[in-house]
Ligand binder design. Structure first.
Ligand SMILES: NC(=O)c1ccc[n+]([C@@H]2O[C@H](COP(=O)([O-])OP(=O)(O)OC[C@H]3O[C@@H](n4cnc5c(N)ncnc54)[C@H](OP(=O)(O)O)[C@@H]3O)[C@@H](O)[C@H]2O)c1
Length: 322
């Protein structure tokens, strides 16, 4: 058992370093990224542009879109590359996303990768969460992704090629204090993605779900303003990553057609633990999961026990303050 464990561990390290050395050329590719005007979405658009890709970014604010476009145009690597922007609210089912997709394809060629990154968060204990926030989370984080995917997927299906990405969150794999509304909307993406990957296999369309940990973005800064202390202390344990780090890692995973994508040791650990019936990423990931799952569950139980301790401690402090 120990020999198998060491073999899998060494193979994974070897694989990890081999993969890092690969370089990609994305000329002739076209990425459509919702939420591409800020944070993780913009970082992904930037990395894609560095690799020679055309990008279309979709968000609501025209000001942010223009600023993002300017920054992307300054990074172009060849004359064939195009940067398009569309201002639209993806959560509104009445918006004509099909026309946007058609226009984007007419100008920049077939969309090869769709990244559903537009999202928002709210962080309050359940009973303090305004009712409308539950629908807002589902409308933007879940339905926004459904609407754009329904607009792009028929074209990919016809061409029998493409990748669809859903940006969830570590909070979309495990419910955390304060995230009842947000977590539920991000958990929904995993169910959607698992079903879709089965349906899309015959059409050579890969599905990737991204589970970023805390990432330093304008959206994260906004969320921090009202975050309960309990949530702050719990999520601190996963570390804070840069949008560039998350985006580069995600791009590699999209190109490798991985189903689960994340970055950082703690997040990889949580993905391993939650992977039981998820589609298989690679032989190495499967082997690692087989060998470490039991141990991960024990460590997971200790982590959860520590989270409970944090919450109890905060409750005691709050009681004292009263
Ligand atoms: N940052 C983190 O710590 C973290 C961790 C895990 C997961 N995530 C997820 O990663 C994704 C990106 O997060 P971020 O931190 O980079 O956020 P961000 O900086 O706030 O960027 C969000 C992007 O989504 C767009 N957007 C929001 N609502 C939209 C709507 N209804 N229609 C169209 N576009 C919309 C925003 O532009 P407009 O406002 O102009 O529309 C913006 O371009 C989100 O799905 C988030 O849940 C983030």
């Amino acid at each position: 058992m120990i020999i198998i464990f060491i073999f899998v561990l060494l193979s994974s390290v070897f694989y990890f370093f081999l993969r890092k050395k690969r370089s990609y050329n994305l000329e002739n590719e076209h990425y459509l990224i919702t939420g591409g005007s800020s944070g993780i979405g913009l970082a992904l658009a930037t990395v894609a542009v560095w690799l020679g890709c055309s990008v279309t970014i979709v968000a609501r604010s025209k000001v942010k879109l223009e600023k993002a476009k300017e920054s992307l145009l300054s990074e172009l690597k060849n004359t064939k590359q195009k940067v398009l922007t569309f201002s639209v609210d993806v959560s509104n089912k009445d918006n004509d996303l099909v026309s946007i997709v058609k226009e984007a394809e007419k100008c920049s060629g077939p969309i090869t990768v769709l990244v559903n990154c537009a999202g928002t968060s709210v962080c309050h204990p359940f009973l303090d969460t305004p009712k409308e926030q539950f629908s807002k989370m589902l409308d933007v984080n879940f339905l926004g992704s459904v609407h754009m995917t329904q607009a792009v997927l028929p074209l990919m299906k016809e061409r029998k090629s493409g990748s669809v990405v859903f940006v969830s969150s570590i909070a979309g794999l495990m419910g955390l204090y304060g995230y009842s509304a947000y977590s539920a909307s991000k958990f929904a993406l995993l169910g959607l993605a698992e079903s879709l990957q089965m349906e899309m296999k015959p059409f050579n369309i890969s599905i990737t779900v991204s589970f970023p940990p805390d990432t330093d973005t304008p959206g994260f800064e906004e969320e921090m303003k009202n975050k309960p202390l309990e949530t702050q202390l719990i999520s601190e344990s996963g570390g804070l990553f840069s949008a560039e780090e998350v985006a580069s890692n995600l791009l590699n995973d999209i190109l490798d057609k991985k189903f689960m994508s994340t970055v950082g040791f703690v997040s990889k650990f949580i993905c391993t633990l939650c992977s039981a019936m998820c589609p298989i990423n690679s032989f190495f990931d499967l082997a690692l999961q087989m060998v470490t799952m039991g141990l991960c569950r024990v460590v997971g139980a200790i982590v959860l026990w520590n989270f409970d301790k944090i919450i109890k401690q905060c409750a005691v402090e709050k009681e004292k303050e009263k």
